[in-house]
Design a protein around this ligand. Structure first.
Ligand code: SF4
Length: 160
């Protein structure tokens, strides 16, 4: 049996990260990996992927795949850490690209904002929800909610 987390050769180090979202894209990604991973294993190792692995390592990444919206201080810290430690950062899924649906609150009027003010403070939410590319520099993106599998393969294979 293959151990997808071992690496004796120089394989591309891939991390999958989730910001605020329903994690639908990373769940969908497990389906894509089910079909394609055997063919990719000579070229990549997965060093972080919460859907299938507990250990979080944000270090010396070649490719980071990031889903979700930057809504909180915690998200901001994570995405900045990922950006510092990866060569290629790919925004994965519509919410990472557009900041919606969490970003709907960016268009709230004064009354609506007053209603959520305590909530934002309690959970250390940022004043504005940000897409991944508003928060940090991105190198590529994969649209879809969840991600389009053909587009994922096309983008991912450019970097491995
Ligand atoms: S793009 Fe859609 S499926 Fe993917 S994480 Fe966002 S809401 Fe979920």
């Amino acid at each position: 049996m293959f151990n997808i987390f071992s690496d004796k050769n120089k394989k591309k180090r891939v991390g999958v990260f989730s910001l605020t979202c329903d994690e639908g894209c990373s769940i969908y990604l497990t389906e894509i990996f089910n079909k394609k991973l055997l063919g990719w294993l000579e070229k990549i190792e997965i060093v972080n992927f919460l859907a299938i692995k507990d250990f979080v390592e944000i270090k010396n990444l070649d490719i980071a795949l990031v889903e979700g919206v930057v809504t909180s201080e915690k998200d901001k810290k994570l995405i900045e850490e990922v950006r510092k430690n990866t060569k290629v950062l790919v925004a994965m899924g519509t919410c990472a690209i557009t900041a919606l649906p969490s970003g709907q609150r960016n268009n709230f009027n004064k009354d609506q904002l007053a209603q959520i003010k305590d909530h934002l403070k309690k959970y250390k939410f940022l004043p504005k929800a940000l897409s991944v590319k508003e928060a940090v520099k991105t190198d590529d993106e994969i649209p879809g909610c969840p991600i389009d599998p053909k587009k994922f393969v096309e983008v991912f294979e450019k970097y491995i």
